[in-house]
Design a protein around this ligand. Structure first.
Ligand SMILES: Cc1ncc(COP(=O)(O)O)c(C=O)c1O
Length: 439
């Protein structure tokens, strides 16, 4: 009898015991044996091909709330102070979140996109200027530069972090460069030592796109105010959310005042209601969002601990699946916010199947919160059209590292990391099953 047969016999025997009331613990033993059975060379049928999925139970729902958010919303309702002018929650959240990130000032705005725009305006970035940034990011990083009239200049990424490769920044600097905008993608801080050093050498501003990096740390310091300004998003998918919202943080009082003015139709902090000192816009946040965000921020530390533990466990386990490589962590990243858990997929270990097939198979096995992620941003039609309009013509660069990685990376959403150890095991089991069948 082969190995498969032996395990099947053991599982059958234990199944018999399970129905015997005296057979305590047999259910657990069956589970363990079943896992070993799955690890034998026997070829199971993938769920995508009609087999039974590894899991059917749901993943943690997002966003999360309880009676604290309910109470906060009702308090705002009953207070009748629904706007920022007379409200207390947005202001309090600005202080609380800024302090959480190790910054002195915070200015809330309706979303992360506008946070980037306000930050660029405050830094004086405008027509004809260039902003050096990463091509592996959400479109807003580049579209915010375009919205203020500046040109995003894409620099290739580091293969281990998928963040801007600092070794390539200096070659991209021109007399028109005004700022470097590193993105802490997935919550994994970019190499801020090198970014800040390059900026200092060339007299450039640094704007951190920390829209996915709440609580992330670079060498023990929270990101966001390591450069001149930092931006965060609280949109629905984010690790702390009010549905929509964003914030700019900084340690620079002058920049904080400027951002405040820009987000409040050009008013100044102690000025009159109809005293407009510059052109700005109404980017104030309603109190509902401030109230929700304060509660969400209270919940974040515990969620961060859970994500840290699950990410460590999952990373170690997935590294054992041939063809899957979780992105390694730079030891200077003392905390990853884990907005995304990113794994490199090597099709050679999966019978040459493209990444899209793997994602579909993983989803069919019940690992639904997984996806392929970004394309290099300079390939997005919106960016190409905008740059062509600026320059009369646009030939996208070929940045080899981001080109390769953007076609290999698999994302697992942050909600997955709020599950338990069995949830993590189910991901590994599903990936192992697919690899066994295709590999
Ligand atoms: C890296 C990055 N930058 C900017 C943004 C824009 O934030 P928002 O969606 O709140 O406008 C996001 C949000 O998805 C993001 O992930």
């Amino acid at each position: 009898m082969g190995l498969d047969g032996r395990w099947s016999r053991i599982v059958d025997t234990l199944r018999g015991i399970r129905y015997n009331p005296l057979g305590r613990g047999a259910a657990l033993a069956i589970k363990i044996c079943a896992r070993f059975t799955a690890m034998t060379p026997k070829t199971p049928t993938l769920a995508v091909e009609g087999g039974a999925p590894v899991r059917t139970q749901p993943w943690p729902v997002w966003p999360m709330y309880d009676e604290r958010e309910e109470r906060a919303l009702l308090d705002v309702l009953h207070s009748r102070r629904w706007g920022t002018r007379l409200g207390v929650h947005v202001r309090a959240f600005e202080d609380e979140f800024a302090a959480f990130q190790g910054a002195r000032y915070g200015i809330c705005v309706p979303n992360g996109t506008l946070a980037l725009q306000v930050a660029l305006q405050a830094l004086g970035v405008g027509w004809g200027d260039e902003v050096i940034t990463s091509p592996y990011t959400f479109i807003a990083t580049a579209s915010a530069a375009l919205a203020v009239g500046a040109r995003p200049v894409f620099v290739d990424v580091d293969a281990n972090s998928l963040n801007i490769d600092p070794a390539l920044i200096e070659a991209a600097i021109t007399p028109r460069t005004r700022a470097i905008a590193p993105v802490h993608i997935g919550g994994r801080p970019a190499d801020m030592d090198a970014v800040l050093a390059a900026a200092q050498r060339h007299g450039l501003h640094v704007l951190e796109d920390a829209c996915q990096a709440w609580g992330a740390e670079w060498r023990g310091q929270r990101v966001g105010a390591l450069g001149d300004l930092g931006t965060f998003s609280f949109q629905s998918s984010k690790n702390i959310t009010a549905g929509e919202a964003g914030i700019v943080v900084t340690n620079d009082e002058g920049l904080a005042d400027l951002c405040w003015s820009l987000h409040n139709v050009g008013r100044i902090r102690d000025g009159g209601w109809y005293q407009h000192e510059r052109l700005g816009s109404n980017l104030r946040l309603p109190e509902w969002e401030g109230a929700i965000l304060r509660v969400q921020l209270e919940r974040l530390p515990e969620h961060m601990q859970r994500r840290d533990a699950n990410a460590a466990y999952l990373g170690a386990a997935l590294a054992g699946v041939p063809g899957l490589t979780p992105l390694p962590l730079d030891p200077r990243v003392t905390r990853n916010a884990w907005h995304l858990f990113m794994v490199r997929y090597d099709a050679r270990y999966f019978g040459g199947r493209p990444r899209g097939d793997f994602i579909a198979a993983l989803q069919a096995e019940g690992v639904t919160p997984c996806s392929a992620g970004y394309i290099p941003l300079y390939r997005a039609p919106a960016i190409q059209h905008a740059l062509a309009a600026l320059d009369g013509d646009y030939t996208p660069p070929h940045l080899p590292v981001v080109e390769a990685l953007a076609s290999e990376i698999v994302w697992l959403a942050q909600t997955v990391l709020l599950g338990d150890t069995e949830d993590m095991d189910s991901i590994v089991e599903a990936a192992t099953k697919i690899q066994r069948v295709w590999g």
